[in-house]
Design a protein around this ligand. Structure first.
Ligand code: GP9
Ligand code: MN
Length: 679
């Protein structure tokens, strides 16, 4: 009996507590209707824009942007309490207009560009024209107006509250302060939860701001726009101080008028068309490698053996990866020290290969089956001098022809051919960049790459004479193994492209230039397995094993080489058919091919490899450098000797000084737009 009474008592207490809570909740809602309406309506809008633009399950199920957007809205909304109730609505109306405008502008922008709007673009007057067109063309679209419904709800709430005398209430200063602090604390908690649940990919993508879709999907539209504003203003601030000093050191660097040197390749390609292939994540160490007698990259191997193959060629990219490779290849400049040239400094003056060829009457274009705003290419390709950029909207991309990030290389190339045929009909000479996409990390779309086993198959004759096939897993299931499958696919797409170009006669007067844009950032442990596989135990040999081959951090750095090939249909057997073993970097591409096509950029940072030969040095954005003699790690002040020749402290110091100056001048040229007034 007693027990029963206690139970009932407990129940009653619980019930009272619950009712109290409910009462408090109701009271809170009643007293904060304006604030809550503002937060909720803006949250509905930000969710709507995400759902209408990014059609992936990950996006639909994503809770993070809700937390991020809530944090921003609560923090911004909390200051409304500082105002007296009679003035409060004006504050929330102002905010609501601002946040609704962000959604509406992005909605219109997305329809036009399949990407999100950036403040930095506003500095381009041409862009303003584009947006103007976009607004005119899209203004009647119903989906852009949907964002006004939640907005209308705030107005409706205002009328209701007015009728109920909400604005006539007197709130003491102390009370208003208390409410503000309460709301601010709630906002801070949301912000904290948001920050601590960020993973490393989120952090880097957030900092780089190049993949706008990803940021909106993971962070929400308001945080995206806020981050965009900061990234857009930063380069302006960077370039505000130190112009004179930068200009002086730039003039000093280029003061000696370099004599234009000639060599056996001078002008050999004058008047020829150009196909440049940007080989996504293609690494030299995938070449001349076979699994079970099947080559990983038969196309690259064939082109390399028939044309000019630079076997010691390095990518010099920084955080701008693909875009940095494009920059360095076409301008002979290094990536910037902060931000990326493509995103932050797209509106600078560049002396580039497409521009110099245009002076020779070439039509210049670029083709890439991904969204035009990835890496801000839409704006930057114009700055680099491409007459036209064919992007996702010019291709038929569907679920069937998608691999990894987007359109498969095979679909991309085959849809590019008719475009190229039209260009070829219209223009006597042309230069085109084709940016591949499929061979992109994480190389996990293995079922779409086609059959390419990376295991070891052996036939063993047993004692009784019977023959058995044994399979050792080897690289199957590893990231590096999947990478080989992926490269094999990309290589086969390239092969198909070359065949089709040939069939259409498009290779007859054309030079094909292929480069790997950067290494594939594969785990060192996988290379260790590749080199030290113990098939009997399906494991890696121990370090004490006599057959163990060391794969240390230097091997890894040296293994990041990417292919660079110059090929023509008739190069086989000529002076173009050779392997160039001297170290070479992407910044040497423009001077080297410039000499072949007959153009010259006196502000190039690299050299014509056939003039500098074995004296070349490849500087990396982190300050490391490599010569034929050594790889130098500038941070650790350590080196790996690559020949038997003695290395002196003096040459290290000289190279260190050279690298530092080069990196500095390159950065200044971009940040302070020094080429704008240079003659
Ligand atoms: C994006 C593609 C990949 O369109 O070029 O860029 P990455 O991630 O390699 O820099
Ligand atoms: Mn890339």
């Amino acid at each position: 009996m007693k027990k029963k009474i206690i139970k009932i008592k407990d129940k009653l207490i619980k019930e009272i507590k619950r009712a109290k809570k409910e009462h408090l909740m109701r009271k809170y809602i009643k007293e904060n209707k304006l604030f809550l309406t503002f937060v909720l309506t803006c949250l509905i809008n930000s969710t709507m824009i995400r759902f209408f633009t990014i059609h992936t399950l990950e996006n639909y199920l994503s809770i993070k942007p809700l937390i991020g957007d809530s944090a921003i809205l609560i923090l911004a909304g909390s200051f409304g309490y500082l105002f007296k109730p009679k003035n409060r609505f004006k504050y929330y109306l102002g905010l609501e207009i601002f946040f609704t405008a962000i959604c509406m502008i992005n909605s219109v922008y997305y329809t036009f560009y399949t990407s999100f709007a950036s403040l930095s673009m506003l500095s381009l007057t041409q862009y303003l024209g584009d947006v103007g067109d976009a607004v005119v063309q899209n203004v009647i679209q119903l989906k852009d107006l949907l964002y006004l419904i939640p907005f209308g709800f705030l107005i409706f709430m205002n009328i209701k509250l007015k009728k109920r005398g909400y604005y006539k209430k007197v709130e003491l200063k102390q009370e208003r302060k208390k409410k503000t602090i309460k709301a601010l604390t709630t906002g801070a908690v949301f912000a904290l939860v948001f920050i601590i649940t960020m993973n490393s990919l989120d952090v880097t993508r957030f900092a780089k701001q190049w993949n706008r879709e990803y940021i909106v999907m993971r962070f929400g539209i308001y945080i995206y726009q806020f981050n965009d504003a900061v990234t857009s203003v930063k380069p302006k601030i960077n370039s505000m101080f130190g112009y004179d000093k930068a200009n002086r050191s730039f003039k000093e660097y280029f003061k000696d008028e370099k004599e234009v040197q000639t060599n056996e390749y001078t002008n050999i390609f004058e008047g020829k068309n150009v196909i440049v292939i940007h080989g996504e994540s293609m690494q030299t160490n995938a070449m001349n490698r076979s699994f079970n007698g099947q080559e990983v990259t038969p196309t690259l191997n064939k082109l390399a053996s028939e044309g000019m193959f630079f076997s010691n060629f390095y990518s010099q990219v920084s955080v701008g990866t693909s875009s940095d490779a494009e920059l360095t290849n076409t301008t002979s400049l290094m990536p910037t020290q902060s931000g990326t040239a493509f995103v932050s400094y797209f509106n600078r003056t560049y002396i580039s290969t497409p521009k110099l060829l245009k002076e020779k009457g070439y039509y210049t274009f670029s083709m890439h089956g991904n969204a035009a705003d990835f890496w801000n290419r839409r704006a930057m390709h114009e700055s680099l001098g491409y007459d036209k950029f064919y992007s996702k909207k010019d291709y038929d991309v569907n679920t069937e022809n998608t691999i990894g990030l987007g359109i498969s290389d095979k679909a991309f190339f085959s849809q590019s051919i008719p475009k190229l045929e039209k260009i070829n009909e219209k223009h006597k000479n042309w230069y085109g960049l084709f940016i591949m996409l499929s061979n992109h990390t994480p190389f996990s779309d293995t079922e779409k790459y086609g059959e390419f086993p990376v295991d070891i198959k052996e036939t063993v004759t047993k004692e009784d004479g019977s023959v058995e096939e044994v399979t050792y897993p080897y690289m199957e299931g590893t990231k590096l193994g999947n990478y080989f499958k992926s490269v094999h696919y990309a290589d086969s797409a390239l092969g198909d492209f070359m065949n089709e170009l040939d069939e259409k006669g498009l290779l007859d007067n054309t030079v094909v230039i292929i480069y790997g844009d950067h290494d594939a950032r594969l785990p060192k442990a996988d290379y260790n397995r590749l080199n030290n596989y113990d098939k009997e135990n399906d494991s890696v040999l121990s370090k004490d094993d006599p057959n163990y081959k060391e794969y240390d951090s230097y091997q890894y750095e040296l293994g990041r080489k990417v292919p660079f090939i110059i090929w023509t249909k008739d190069s086989k057997g000529t002076n173009l058919n050779r392997e160039v073993k001297n170290v070479m970097g992407m910044y040497d591409v423009m001077p080297t091919i410039g000499n072949m096509f007959g153009y010259y950029n006196k502000y190039a940072l690299g050299h014509d490899i056939f003039n500098i030969n074995e004296n070349n040095i490849v500087v990396f954005p982190n300050g490391n450098w490599v010569t034929n003699k050594m790889y130098y790690n500038s941070q650790k002040e350590e080196y790996l000797s690559l020949t038997d020749e003695a290395i002196t402290q003096d040459e290290i110091e000289k190279n260190e000084e050279y690298s530092e100056k080069l990196l500095n001048v390159s950065n200044n040229m971009i940040v302070f737009d020094l080429l704008k007034n240079a003659k």
